[in-house]
Design a protein around this ligand. Structure first.
Ligand SMILES: [Zn+2]
Length: 301
């Protein structure tokens, strides 16, 4: 105990403690900071084991309105590579990443996709829909596009990446074949916010959401009424709520339908912008998409 105190005093006196820092840094792992677990998962598999992957946004956190804390900003400052979705998905962090990209590698995964494959919603002010991971094949394409930057880091794990991308490919085939088992007239997905447009386009469903592609804008009574009318008119069986959004909006829709003497069930919780909690069975990108597909199929079939 005495020794430690003494050391501290010497350090303070000599101001030379910083000399020991480079040694510590050498022992530190190559730090990759990913914004979401969807990205973090992929990086764990596509980079070698000497890398430490930190995910910023845990389960149930809404990235559209997320404000980074001091601790998160410190993590970002220390990172060797930052991996983000881009396409303005991480709404309030976009500017930070752009500034950072002048000094270190920042991957904006979605930005590498050709514009022809991106969805530009009418009411999104010229922004592209960032929820590309719901089309599993498109997500794979974006991951593949990031490989040159991963290779440049010196930590790319070719074998691990190939294995992971094969699993992603298999998941795409699974989603496609499962959705085909829903009768054509039931292939309509009613959700809280517009996170499933790529899913709908890729797998052949119609999608209607209360809110736009971001959760920043509020939905109104009119939006709820419109959805209620749609459900009654087309005799839709189920609506879905989302893990990172309050269930209140969909509850309002359901009670609106009830007031008209009809019934619509809650088709389960979908993971739109973040995978699930530990123990949910949907903790990773692969299991989260499978969960969504299974919930959708079970409710609409
Ligand atoms: Zn979203």
């Amino acid at each position: 105990m005495k020794k430690i105190v003494l050391l501290a005093v010497i350090c303070l006196g000599a101001l030379s403690c910083s000399q020991t820092e480079p040694k510590e840094e050498q022992e530190e792992k190559f730090l990759v900071v990913a914004t979401t677990a969807m990205l973090g998962d992929a990086m764990e598999e596509m980079l070698d084991t000497t890398v430490e992957v930190v995910t910023l946004l845990g389960p149930g956190i809404d990235p559209h309105v997320y404000n980074p804390t001091k601790k998160v900003l410190d993590h970002l400052a220390e990172a060797d590579i930052v991996v983000s979705h881009g396409l303005h998905f991480e709404g309030r962090m976009q500017d930070i990443f752009e500034k950072m990209s002048r000094k270190k590698t920042v991957i904006f995964l979605g930005n590498a996709l050709p514009e022809s494959k991106l969805i530009e919603p009418e009411d999104a002010g010229g922004f592209y829909d960032p929820h590309i991971w719901s089309d599993v094949e498109l997500w794979k394409e974006a991951l593949v596009a990031s490989i040159p930057q991963l290779e440049k880091s010196g930590h790319y794990n070719k074998e691990g990446a190939e294995e992971y991308l094969k699993k992603v490919e298999d998941l795409h085939a699974y989603a496609a074949s499962q959705v085909q088992s829903i009768p054509q007239k039931n292939r309509i997905l009613l959700t809280a916010h517009d996170a499933f447009s790529y899913f709908a386009k890729a797998y052949g469903l119609e999608v209607v959401a209360l809110q736009g592609i971001s959760t920043v804008a509020e939905y109104g009574i009119k939006d709820v009424e419109k959805m209620v009318d749609l459900i009654v008119e087309r005799d839709i069986k189920a609506v879905f709520s989302e893990s990172s959004i309050s269930p209140r909006s969909m509850e309002a829709v359901m009670s609106g339908v009830e007031q008209q003497g009809r019934e619509v069930k809650l088709g389960g919780i979908l993971y739109a912008d973040a995978p699930g909690e530990k123990g949910s069975g949907a903790e990773t990108y692969l299991t989260m998409v499978k969960h969504n597909v299974d919930e959708i199929v079970a409710a609409l079939k």
